[in-house]
Ligand binder design. Structure first.
Ligand SMILES: Cc1cc2nc3c(=O)[nH]c(=O)nc-3n(C[C@H](O)[C@H](O)[C@H](O)COP(=O)(O)OP(=O)(O)OC[C@H]3O[C@@H](n4cnc5c(N)ncnc54)[C@H](O)[C@@H]3O)c2cc1C
Length: 485
């Protein structure tokens, strides 16, 4: 019986796990290793972070779902991969550290035939002194963080209600952050909540980002086609900021955060301080702390993982100037070149290049939004790994496996701009492909008809529907597999 081991039960890993049982059938053993007992629909953390949803509405326990589906679940952190096995085990295996109360801190080993690394990001708050919940800013990256963010925002609102102005700072906390879309979303939700609370005139709202221009979103911006006309995500986003009187600091690397002060450097090398009463800054991401060892026990982590800590897959990692990269440099099978029975999907794979143009300040500081890997591609990759394993099991190691490159994949991003079934709104953006291809689409790198943006109440309903649909799917309720990734 073949064994598929999945590290991580987020969007990519959980999608892999559910499809594995459905597609590979009873003859395949499926094991999930993940440190948290709950699944989290991360996109809705934004609403938890403004107090519009409770934590319980965005999480649910994984164990009952896995029990119902015949999937073995180890609540544990993967620590090391032994892709060749060693004296202890002839088969490849993973060393894990249990995190559940019954087995806490016990070490275990789990052998595998196929390994799917879906461990997502390490939230690297440590990269910026003073950043994050242990420092001076809040976060919405986990449901727990979002609860704290909502509390802190509520305090600011009550201070405003008592007649004192507040300065709000939202954005990204390092020059190499990704997920600017989430920071944008939180900014607009906070603005919406302040209006709803009747205190908007008491607040100054600042958006601080590593993006060189508004609307970059880590994908180098987009050219939208709207009613037959072309416009850019820059113009579109600038207009949204102007309408809501949100000020922006662009091309910024946050150096450190102190109580009430964000110290930053701009692309032109100038340095300044943004003072704040409430600040939500996203951390930069890196790969989780996984190591790899060969049969002799030698550390091969640098062969398996990129310097960013993310796992190497079938991408072209040759160092190149930004202008020289091509769409085909992006991976399409997500298999590790040294050990093709290992896949890395979702945020866990190492992207070959930045999509958004990287810049350096005259002081040598890198200010470069990292490529986003949003929910839809993460789910698609999770399923792809299982479809590939099906082919490998049926036809052996040389089997032709399916492909899905981000240079040949679209993404729909619905950024909430305030919740409420009658008063909510959202900015809905669609792009195809995610990684621009200037050979196929010489003008803008993307397909005109398939790249567009719209804002309105309809977008909020879509976002709300997606929340319920994806939680339904993740709970593996009847017909779940008909809901696309
Ligand atoms: C605030 C916020 C809002 C967002 N909004 C949107 C949105 O509106 N739309 C959208 O498409 N995307 C959105 N995203 C991005 C989306 O959440 C990610 O694309 C998605 O979660 C990536 O899936 P993943 O499975 O790669 O990582 P995750 O979902 O982060 O899952 C990683 C999993 O690995 C586990 N893990 C970590 N370390 C280990 C280890 N050592 N061993 C085993 N398991 C481990 C984690 O516990 C987790 O279960 C948002 C992100 C944030 C932070």
């Amino acid at each position: 019986m073949a064994r598929v081991v999945i590290l991580g039960a987020g969007i990519a890993g959980h999608t892999s796990a559910l499809h594995a049982k459905r597609i590979l059938g009873k003859k395949t053993e499926v094991i999930v290793i993940s440190p948290n007992s709950n699944w989290n629909w991360i996109p809705s953390n934004i609403w938890v972070g403004v107090g519009k949803m409770k934590k319980e509405q965005v999480i649910f326990p994984l164990a009952p779902i896995y029990k119902r589906k015949g999937i073995e679940f180890h609540q544990a952190l993967a620590k090391s991969i032994y892709p060749e096995g060693n004296a202890k085990s002839k088969k490849p295996y993973v060393e894990i550290l249990y995190t559940d109360s019954a087995k806490k801190d016990q070490v275990g080993t789990v052998e595998y035939d196929y390994l799917i690394n879906a461990t997502g990001p390490k939230l690297n708050f440590q990269a910026t002194p003073g950043l994050g919940p242990d420092g001076h800013t809040v976060s919405v990256c986990t449901a727990g963080h979002a609860v704290e963010a909502a509390k802190s925002l509520a305090e600011s609102i009550s201070i405003m209600k008592s007649g004192k102005n507040q300065k709000i700072a939202i954005g990204v906390g390092h020059g190499t952050c990704t997920c600017e879309g989430a920071a944008f979303e939180y900014t607009f939700n906070v603005e919406h909540e302040l209006r709803a609370a009747g205190v908007r005139d008491m607040a100054e709202i600042w958006y601080i980002t590593n993006e060189y221009e508004l609307g970059d979103f880590g994908v180098g911006g987009m050219v939208f086609t709207q009613q037959g006309f072309q416009t850019t995500s820059k113009l579109w986003t600038e207009s949204l900021f102007r309408e809501r009187d949100i000020k922006a600091i662009l091309g910024a690397h946050v150096e450190k955060v102190e109580a009430g002060e964000i110290h930053y450097e701009l692309v032109d090398g100038t340095k300044d301080i943004l003072t704040f009463d409430f600040a939500m800054l996203l951390p930069p991401f890196r790969g989780v702390d996984l190591q790899a060892f060969n049969a002799k026990g030698e550390d091969i982590s640098s062969e398996i993982f990129a310097a960013s800590g993310f796992m190497k897959v079938d991408a072209d990692y040759t160092p190149k100037a930004y202008e020289d990269w091509r769409a085909e440099d992006w991976p399409s099978t997500y298999r590790n070149p040294s050990y093709p029975n290992i896949f890395a999907v979702g945020i866990a794979f190492a992207p070959p290049h930045q999509i958004s143009k990287p810049r350096k300040s005259p002081n040598g500081t890198l200010i470069a939004p990292s490529p986003p890997r949003t929910g839809m591609p993460s789910g698609i990759m999770g399923k792809l790994a299982i479809l590939s394993i099906k082919e490998l099991l049926a036809h052996g190691p040389d089997a032709q496996v399916p492909t899905a490159s981000m240079a040949d994949m679209g993404a729909a991003c619905v950024a909430s701009a305030g919740s409420g079934l009658t008063k909510g709104s959202a900015a809905a953006m669609t792009m195809y492909p995610i990684v621009p291809d200037y050979i196929k689409y010489p003008n803008t790198g993307r397909s005109g008809p398939d790249t567009f943006g719209e804002i309105g109440l309809g977008g909020h309903w879509i976002k709300f529907l997606l929340h319920h649909m994806f939680i339904y799917k993740a709970k593996a309720r009847p017909g779940w597999s008909l809901i696309p990734e």
